[in-house]
Ligand binder design. Structure first.
Ligand code: NAD
Ligand code: DAU
Length: 342
């Protein structure tokens, strides 16, 4: 299968590409990524010589860039490319509207023209809004996004749905809960808290810290997406989650405990505007219909993630400084030169 993965240089996309190449011999992956601040080719450096993998730098909002990928005979598309950080969307929503909505439109149109057999839109549980103390989001829960980020993802979901209803296209939407694991950009809760604690900086907890999130290891998300790609039903929405709900404050204390750092590092700061209080995902449809099960327990996955950030200080400093991009430009130049000379 020739698969177009968009946003494959980011956190989940890079983990997904590595997962797919690990489990499937008969797959060729084209990774289209604009390399925004969150995209990092270093996440995939171990695959750069794999003949089943091709990287194309380009933007999903550009029909030309997308066409360049499709001219390679793409059979299925999985769209991870997005602006993903809620706090950034509160400061400036424009790029969220462009990438998350317009970008999805450009990809859907290309799939329609090219009669691509499957399109998977990677959405999020944030499209459902916030829950009270009890209950979980099912695929039938109403969409009630609260941040500009979540609203842009909800718009893309509905556009994807419309292409199924109107044009009969084979599309699937997945809505996953909060991911954690290796290679996550250190602006999100878990890597930010790990790195601040390692440097003895304060850990900024928004509001009272009693908001709840439902955590899934990125590897479990990737195995769920493999099931959806291979066996999902056209037009269906699948929730993805692993029933591991925790308060933010509990997560932060656990990170401090693993690192043997004092709780005094915690600093309560001004809350995020429109902050969703609680997310919890009911993933029973995916388990029942496709037989998927998550494997990684939060305690074990979090300890491994903390270790990874401790052991990859160079990755962290390049990601933070932006120098990784320069580094990779040079690496690719060198590689092209070597290929030319050989
Ligand atoms: P990320 O921010 O780590 O990566 C996003 C990637 O998209 C980057 O490589 C970036 O360069 C690329 N990108 C951004 N704009 C682009 C554009 N216009 N054209 C091409 N590439 C572009 O994000 P992530 O956390 O890996 O999330 C991936 C997807 O999963 C997103 O769609 C997100 O909404 C969804 N999601 C994330 C989570 C989570 O907890 N991180 C949970 C559920 C769903
Ligand atoms: O639920 C899925 C979503 O999870 C994805 O769609 C988003 O792309 C992803 O960013 C994530 O959104 P959240 O807003 O839940 O994740 P974030 O890591 O930004 O924050 C997690 C919780 O921690 C949230 O309640 C806000 C809080 N927080 C976050 C940061 C960065 C803090 O208290 N302090 C912080 O410094």
């Amino acid at each position: 299968m020739k698969l177009l993965v968009t946003g494959g240089a980011g956190f989940i996309g890079s983990n997904f590409i590595r997962h797919m190449l690990g489990v499937q011999d008969e797959v060729h992956i084209v990774n289209l990524d604009s390399l925004s601040y969150a995209g990092n080719l270093e996440n995939l450096s171990d695959l750069s010589s794999d003949p089943r993998y091709t990287f194309i730098r380009g933007d999903i909002t550009s029909a030309q860039d997308v066409e360049k990928c499709f001219s390679q005979g793409i059979e299925a598309v999985i769209n991870f490319a997005a602006e993903t950080h809620v706090d950034r969307s509160i400061l400036d929503a424009s790029v969220f509207v462009r990438t998350n909505i317009e970008g999805t439109y450009v990809l859907l149109e290309a799939c329609r023209r090219r009669k691509v057999s499957r399109f998977i839109q990677i959405s999020t549980d944030e499209v459902y809004g916030s829950l009270d103390e009890t209950g979980k989001f099912t695929e039938e829960s109403p969409l009630a996004p609260n941040s500009p980020y979540a609203a842009s993802k909800a718009a893309a979901d509905l556009l994807t749905r419309a292409y199924h209803k109107t044009y009969g296209m084979d599309v699937i939407v997945t809505r996953c809960s909060n991911n954690y694991g290796t290679h996550q950009f250190p602006e999100k809760l878990i890597p930010l808290m790990i790195l601040n604690a390692l440097e003895n900086k304060t850990l900024p907890v928004y509001g009272d810290g009693l908001q709840r999130r439902d955590w899934i290891h990125v590897k479990d998300h990737c195995s769920a997406l493999q099931s959806v790609l291979m066996e999902g039903q056209p037009g269906r929405v699948y929730n993805i989650g692993s029933d591991q709900e925790k308060q933010n404050l509990e997560m932060v204390h656990e990170i401090l405990r693993i690192l043997k750092k004092p709780p005094e590092l915690i600093e309560f700061v001004t809350d995020r505007p429109g902050h969703d209080r609680r997310y919890a995902i009911d993933a029973s449809r995916l388990k029942r219909e496709l037989g998927w099960k998550p494997k990684i327990r939060l305690e074990e996955g979090l300890a491994q993630t903390v270790r990874w950030y401790q052991e990859n200080a160079e990755w962290v400093s390049r990601v933070r400084s932006g120098a990784y991009f320069e580094y990779y430009e040079q690496m690719y130049e060198k590689r092209d030169q070597t290929l030319k000379n050989s």
